[in-house]
Design a protein around this ligand. Structure first.
Ligand SMILES: [Zn+2]
Length: 341
């Protein structure tokens, strides 16, 4: 038996996977959007299962309170980009998988190009806006994706196969008002729930990639799990008549005009600024400029600058995370002052 077969022998023994299923996994490209608790469990499963190409997208840096549940990171990784730290450990786990990393904000300016060529997209995000954008690209391009969410002691998954099943906007027609949805920062999250949901999510991805999606004609299903109460519920989800996305072909979130985005990072004393246009910043030049004003640290991926109580982390694509403020106007003016844009 050759070593490649040997590595996956316990998996290809399963009649559900078999040799043919294993070969299909090895020829597949999976894109994971978001590498928090869900995304890191998903990436760990896919890489160990031998999915041939795994693409990691995340904009954030690792913080101490992530370590309670984000299984790919350790204390040594604090303040490193999640995608970079994840790729490093994943590549050690399985050198035969091609891992691609993108330390960037997934948004309208890059969503289509980042998902191009995917055989499946896996949800590791923590917000609806990004899910609507994934849904628009996937429905437009006919790419299957798996919706997943975890908060508190519960979570849910739903497989979405464009052209066959309902889409995400059939389930959630539009963005609810601010404050309606629970988030991990407000509700907390039990560390057993992301791994449980990620396991269901990856299993759906294996079914899709091996050509055995478990969906009905014109329907999908949503599984809701509560780990604390030990309950599993499965609901049939029908297609919504007149869904703007999968029925009318209107991609509202993808077609939104790219604009500068100022986001207050959920539950943290930090603001993120994403430039409207694609750009490439010379971090070395910026280091030379800023080192006269305060303490500067430069890594291949980002530059961190500290001045007073604020700390700036800026990436090559111009995106910045400003820690130490919750005020968008202050953050924008600091960005203008130090970055000069
Ligand atoms: Zn729909």
């Amino acid at each position: 038996m050759n070593p490649v077969q040997d590595r996956y022998c316990r998996q290809s023994l399963l009649p559900e996977i078999g040799r043919d299923g294993q070969r299909r996994l090895s020829e597949s490209r999976a894109v994971i959007v978001g590498l928090g608790a869900l995304g890191s469990c998903v990436a760990n499963n896919l890489v160990r299962a031998g999915v041939g190409q795994v693409v990691l997208i995340d904009r954030d840096l690792i913080e101490l309170h992530n370590l309670q549940r984000q299984i790919l990171y350790s204390e040594e990784d604090l303040n490193r980009p999640k995608a970079v730290a994840a790729a490093e450990i994943l590549q050690k786990i399985n050198t035969s998988v091609a891992i691609e990393t993108h330390t960037k904000d997934f948004n309208v300016s890059n969503a289509e190009s980042l998902l191009t060529g995917a055989d499946v997209v896996l949800d590791g995000t923590d917000n609806l806006q990004t899910r609507f954008l994934i849904n628009d690209v996937c429905v437009k391009r006919g790419i299957p994706w798996v919706y997943a969410g975890a908060v508190g002691t519960g979570g849910m998954v739903m497989p979405i196969l464009p052209g066959k099943t309902p889409c995400f906007r059939c389930l959630v027609p539009s963005l609810p008002g601010p404050g309606v949805l629970q988030t991990c920062d407000i509700a907390g999250v039990l560390n057993t729930i992301p791994s449980l949901i990620a396991s269901l999510e990856c299993t759906l991805a294996y079914r899709i990639l091996t050509g055995q999606p478990d969906v009905g004609e014109e329907t999908s299903y949503l599984v809701h799990v509560d780990a604390w109460r030990q309950t599993f519920d499965r609901m049939t989800i029908p297609r919504r008549a007149g869904c703007p996305c999968c029925h009318d072909g209107k991609y509202d979130y993808l077609d939104a005009v790219a604009r500068e985005m100022i986001t207050s990072l959920c539950g943290r004393d930090a603001i993120q600024i994403t430039p409207a246009t694609q750009m490439e910043i010379s971090l070395a030049e910026l280091e030379a400029r800023l080192s006269r004003l305060g303490e500067v640290r430069l890594t291949p991926y980002m530059l961190t600058f500290r001045s007073g109580t604020e700390e700036f982390s800026i990436f090559r694509d111009g995106r910045a995370i400003i820690k130490g403020t919750k005020d968008e106007v202050t953050a924008r003016s600091l960005y203008a002052r130090y970055i000069g844009l």
